[in-house]
Each structure stands twice: as C-alpha cells, then as structure tokens.
Write a protein that binds this ligand. Structure first.
Ligand SMILES: Nc1ncnc2c1ncn2[C@@H]1O[C@H](COP(=O)(O)OP(=O)(O)O)[C@@H](O)[C@H]1O
Ligand SMILES: [Mg+2]
Length: 586
C-alpha cells in the first residue's frame, strides 16, 4: 500500500487533467447506465400509452446520450493515457538518473539484464497498475454501483433474488476457466514433447538409419502425435462446453428473474418496462465483476515491480560528494597514496597499506602478478570506490574533499577493453571533450595514429560504428580511445594494460600513440611491456595488495626480489623479441 501511495505522488502534477478525466468517466459511464432506463420509458410510456411526443423525445435522447458518451469516453481515454504515459516517463527518467548516480559497485552486484529490466519492464508494468487499473477500478466500479442502485430502485426484491443466483454463475465460469487454462498448458507441453521427438530423430538420423530403427522412430512419433491430438481435443471439448453451460446458467438466472418479475408485473407491483430494464442491468453487471477481479490481480503483479523500482530509487550511492565540496582546482598532477587500505568485500582487503608518491609529470609503472590489485589502485585514484583507510592526495588535496566530477575530469583512463559507442567515429572521439572543434578532433586523431585509417574508411570521420556500422580491429579501436583521451587532455593518465590484447604489429602503432599521450602528464602505466617499464621514473611492484618493491628498473633488477622474478618470467622473453626486432631492423 505504501508503494501505491508513493506511485500516486507521481500523479500529482497531472491532477487537473486527471480530474477532468474522472468527470468524463463518470459522465461516460452515466450514459451507459441511462440507456436501460430509456428502454424502460420506451416500453412503459410509449408502447403502453401510445405517446408519440414521448417517442420523439426518447429517440432524440438516445442519439444525444450516445453522442455525449462518445465525447466523454474520448476525454476519459485520452487524458488518462496522457497522465499514465507521463508518469511512466517521469518514473523512468528518475530511475535512469538514479542509475547514473549510483556507484560502480551497484553495476557489479546487479546483472546488466536486471538493471535494464528495472528501466523498461518494471516501469512499464507500473503504468498498467497506475492507470489502466485505476481507470478500470473507477469505471467498472461506477457501472457496478450504478447498476445496483438502478436495480434496487427498480425492484429491491428482484435485486436480492438476482444476487442470490449470481455467485453460482461466477463459480461455474471460474471452474471452467481453470480447466481451460490447465488444458492450454497441457497442449504446450505436448507440443514441446512432439518437437523434441522430432528434433532428436532428425539430428540422429545417421544412428537411426544405421540401426534400421525407422519403424521404431515412426511408432514413437505417432504415439506423441496422438497424445497431442488428445490434448487439443480436450481443450476443444472444454471450450465447446463452456459457452452453452454459461448461456444455460445465465438463461436459468434470467428466466428466474423473468418468472419472478413477470408475476410482479401481472400483480401490478411493477411495470413491464421496469422488468426489461432490470434484466438488462442484471446481465450487464457480469462484466464489471469479471474485470474488477482481474484488476486486483494486475495491481498485485505491478506492486512487485514497484517494489523493485523503488528499491533502486532508494539506493544510496557508495561514493558521494561531501556537502558543499569544492571542485578540484586544475592540478599539476602530484599523486600520493598514504597507507591506503581498501576491500571490495568487508574483511577481505585487496589493497593493504599501500603508500607511494608520484611527482607531477612522472611516469609510474605498476607491475605485479594478476590479481595483485593494479586495476584497483587505478580505480581508487579515480574514486570509483571509497577507501577504507589512509588517504589519497592529488597536489596535496584529499580526493574525498572535492567533487568527484572535477576529480575525474582531470584523470584520463585508457582501459584494456576499448569501449566505443554506437555512432560516428567523430562523435566517439568528441566524447572526450564535448566542446571540441573539428580541427581539435582531427589533431587528436593524428596524434593517436588514427587519422590515416579513419580517412581511408568509407565515410571517414562520419563512418558509423556499432550494430550496423563498420567493424574496427582491436588496434584501431584502441587508437580511437587514445584520441578521445588526448582530446580530454587530462593532467593524470592511467593506462591499464592498454596494449596487452593487441598483436605485435598493432601494438607498435598504438604504443607510439600512447608515448605521445604520456608526455607531460603524471602517468600510471599498468604495463606488460618492458620498454615502457624501463623508461618509467619509478616502478611500483604490487603483490597481494601490498607494495612489495619500489624503484627504477636498474635499481630493482639486481635485488633478486619479486620484480626480478616477474622480469624473468614475463619480460625476459619480450626483451628477446624486442632485441631481435631491433637487430632485424638494422
Ligand atoms: N569488483 C570487484 N569486486 C570484488 N573483488 C574484486 C573486484 N575487482 C577486483 N576484485 C579482486 O581484487 C583483487 C585485485 O584485483 P585487480 O585490482 O583487478 O588486480 P589486477 O589488476 O592486479 O590483476 C583480485 O583478487 C580480484 O579478484
Ligand atoms: Mg587488472
């Protein structure tokens, strides 16, 4: 119920429209209710008393009533649909805004499909509950109440009689409905069985033939085929029985009304017109009852969706700006980790007391075995997660004290997996800085070694990527992502194994582009490439979330520690090939 009240709050801005819609609804259903009454007058005043004037009046009245009903029905449907669709759009926008506000951890804990379903299916289901159910509840409720009142006014004894027979009809319909649904299920199962027998026989045709089991297979299939027939016949039988049974039951009820009512008319207790009108109301009453029972089931279903939607809306992002936090001023790019501790899951620290200092404009390589925490260090610097202990400082400013937007605005990341959006190459590069000019985009592409291949594409910079667009190689994608980073022109740069999934040929071209990107920025390079590591001003060697060693290549190599072992395992081979290519180039 709380959810429902909260949903109704979304209707608030549309109250004027909804009020008009409600008035329209009452008038439209009122028109519906008035018709049997007109028929009553037709019989009692016109037919019995032979009143021509009244006949003309009634004829006009019927036309007017139906016309007005049409107008009001339009108003009701249109305005309610408007409010309903607006509410859906509003909730959907809220959910999407919230999803964008939530921290990375939300996306790790929820599957993509589930998150998408919150925005599409669940919000859509709410519209059913919000609007269609409310309309139905309202219109059908008015029809039901109006009919009952009309019936009571016409003849209260007959009304009681009718309501005594009503539950019997409803019960019969319910029993048949259940049976028909069950038999529908059985048909589906039988169809599935038939398909699987068929599929098995076709896909194993070699086995069937080699064992000469065709007759056996045919017999198997015929058995399923017959079961399928029986299931369908059962359903047909139920369907064929339902209509006559209902009609018969209703006719018994109607006959009861006619019989009892007829006696009243003969006795002069009521008029013939009143009896006919009563009968029409009584038969019409079945519809609202049927629909109302469906409305409650719909509302229950939608409440489950509402629960999920509100759960998402109520989630708090893990990473939030401090109230009134200032922007991070443009930085030189000095980065310091002070005793940083971090765990994705409480109690399982992934970064355990890491401290280091990186001077502005320096090149820092981060190496370590897989799972050591290299990517995590990069994520923490961008404040994708809040640390559990210690401090991260940029130019001496704690990153927790400034807005995350201004922090991330000065950090560029080139990840291993390049993410490009559907759209043109131009727009994909533009993503790095939305106000960049065409010249700046082309210059970025040139620095990223991407201009050449882009111009050779059909469509050039306008070539579309994604679903029905061109396909790029891994190296080309990576260079577009580098162009994007160049355009952003961040003071601090993170390259997370940016070239590790590339083949040697494209790696060389991408590395050239990266080298240009690194110049003049504080760069953290999570690297597997020896030449980059050698050039680094400092190498951080991570092991199980701790800083095992720190220093330049030349100082670390002779130590015989983890770096030496990593070097021997990973880089020595790379060095041999690099040396080999140098020799070949000579
Ligand atoms: N989103 C996450 N949730 C929980 N654990 C994670 C998550 N990301 C990484 N980890 C764990 O943290 C540790 C460090 O991961 P990571 O920083 O990606 O290592 P590296 O980049 O050095 O290979 C690993 O044990 C990994 O399983
Ligand atoms: Mg990693």
């Amino acid at each position: 119920m709380g959810h429902y009240l909260r949903l109704l709050k979304y209707l608030k801005p549309y109250i004027p429209r909804i009020s008009i819609a409600i008035v329209c609804t009452v008038l439209a259903t009122g028109g519906h209710l008035v018709v049997p009454w007109l028929i009553k007058d037709m019989i009692d005043e016109v037919l019995v008393q032979r009143d021509y004037a009244m006949l003309n009046m009634l004829a006009v009245a019927v036309v007017v009533v139906y016309f007005a009903r049409g107008v009001f029905f339009f108003g009701q449907s249109y305005l309610m649909a408007y409010a309903g669709q607006r509410v859906v759009i509003d909730i959907r926008a809220d959910v999407y805004r919230q999803i964008n506000r939530l921290s990375l951890s939300f996306f790790e804990k929820n599957r993509t499909g589930a998150i998408m379903s919150y925005v599409t299916n669940d919000v859509g289901a709410l519209q059913g509950a919000m609007i269609q159910s409310v309309i139905d509840l309202f219109t059908e409720g008015v029809v039901l109440l109006g009919s009952i009142v009309a019936m009571l006014v016409l003849n209260w004894k007959l009304t009681l009689f009718t309501f005594a027979t009503f539950p019997i009809v409803m019960k019969i319909v319910e029993i048949f409905g259940k049976k028909i649904r069950a038999s529908g299920h059985r048909i589906q199962e039988r169809n599935a069985d038939l398909t699987s027998v068929l599929q098995e026989a076709i896909s194993s045709v070699c086995v069937v033939k080699s064992f000469v089991r065709e007759t056996h297979e045919i017999a198997k299939f015929e058995k399923e085929n017959l079961l399928n027939f029986r299931a369908n016949m059962k359903n047909a039988q139920l369907g064929a029985t339902l209509t006559p049974v209902i009609e018969f039951t209703v006719s018994i009820g109607a006959t009861g009304i006619l019989w009892y009512g007829g006696r009243e008319v003969i006795a002069g207790e009521t008029t013939a017109g009143a009896l006919v009108a009563f009968l029409i109301y009584a038969v019409n009453i079945a519809n609202p009852i049927k629909r109302l029972s469906k409305v409650f089931a719909d509302i229950q279903k939608a409440m489950a969706a509402a629960q999920r939607v509100f759960n998402v809306l109520d989630m708090l992002p893990d990473v939030v700006d401090k109230p009134g936090a200032p922007d991070l001023p443009p930085v030189k790019g000095e980065v310091e980790f002070k005793n940083v501790v971090f765990a994705y899951n409480p109690g399982e620290p992934v970064i355990n007391g890491v401290s280091f200092k990186a001077g502005a404009g320096k090149l820092i390589a981060i190496v370590g075995p897989s799972g050591a925490g290299k990517t995590t260090i990069a994520s923490l610097l961008s404040r994708f997660y809040d640390i559990d202990g210690g401090e991260i400082l940029i130019d001496g400013i704690n990153i927790k004290d400034v807005t995350t937007d201004s922090l991330r605005g000065q950090i560029g990341i080139v990840p291993q997996e390049t993410v490009l959006f559907n759209g043109s190459i131009y727009n994909n590069i533009l993503y790095g800085r939305l106000d960049a000019s065409k010249e700046e985009i082309e210059a970025a592409a040139v620095s990223a070694n991407a201009d050449g291949f882009i111009r050779q594409m059909p469509g050039g910079y306008g070539a579309m990527l994604g679903d029905r667009g061109v396909n790029l190689s891994g190296g080309q994608r990576q260079r577009i992502s580098i162009a994007r980073a160049i355009l952003k022109n961040p003071r601090i740069l993170i390259l997370d194994e940016a070239t590790s999934s590339l083949d040697a040929e494209s790696e060389k071209i991408v590395q050239e582009a990266l080298d240009r990107l690194l110049v003049g920025r504080t760069s953290f390079v999570i690297a597997h490439r020896l030449s980059t590591i050698r050039r680094a001003d400092s190498i951080l060697v991570l092991d199980k979330g701790r800083l095992a060693e720190e220093g330049s290549h030349d100082s670390l190599l002779p130590r015989g520690g983890l770096y030496t072992r990593l070097y021997q395992a990973q880089f020595a081979k790379a060095q041999r090939t690099e040396t080999a290519s140098v020799i070949l180039n000579l």
